[in-house]
Design a protein around this ligand. Sequence first.
Ligand SMILES: [Zn+2]
Length: 236
Amino acid sequence: MGTWILETDKAIYWMEDQYYIDKIDKSPLSNGEYHVVVSTMKDWFNSQTPPGLMKIVLGDVKEPAHKLVNHGHGSGHAKTPTVKFIPADDSNYNSRNGTKIDMIIMHNTDANLQAAINTFKDPKSQVSAHYIVARSGDIIQMVRDTYRAWHAGDRLINSRSIGIEHEATNTNRGMTPAQEQSSITLVKYLIEAYDISITNIRPHRDVSTITGGTDCPRWIWSTNVDFEKWKQTHLS
Ligand SMILES: [Zn+2]
């Protein structure tokens, strides 16, 4: 039951009840229709030949653009966070090349929310993260989970992780109560969606391999001991 979506570079796969839909053309035709391939799950699994091409009106397929994906893993107990999607520039992220997601890397923005958003929208910055948790408690998604965002300062870590930024600076340290609640909801959701172990939720400073390293996320967790304590309190 429900909706299951997998987004790749070329297509969005959408499954509802017993139907499988492969939306092969991401841009609508001039009359608002999309080219899609529709088949039943049974036919899709049994057949090597592609099912027939047909057209449907956009209104018949709910666009997944502003909706978090239900990955169909886990026991389904985690609350689904509400996110607002503001896309990062597409030159600031790329493909995971099939690497399975099994880590979450926690960051602080060291900038206010708008500045962080602007950085990820700027093609010159060559950085991004999947989510930003604002001091207001809003969760902004900028890169879909299926893509490799560039946040960890380590290519292999980026391939296997989800990057979560938290709006905090030297003068706005720690998290607001609303922000902390949103962060916990988001992290718990991702743990369940991707079956991530608590051990694999790491502060940025732990995984960066670039020269000089980083103290991120020092404005929220000044030491790794603080970070571990927070995990034990809120996630275990
Ligand atoms: Zn960081």
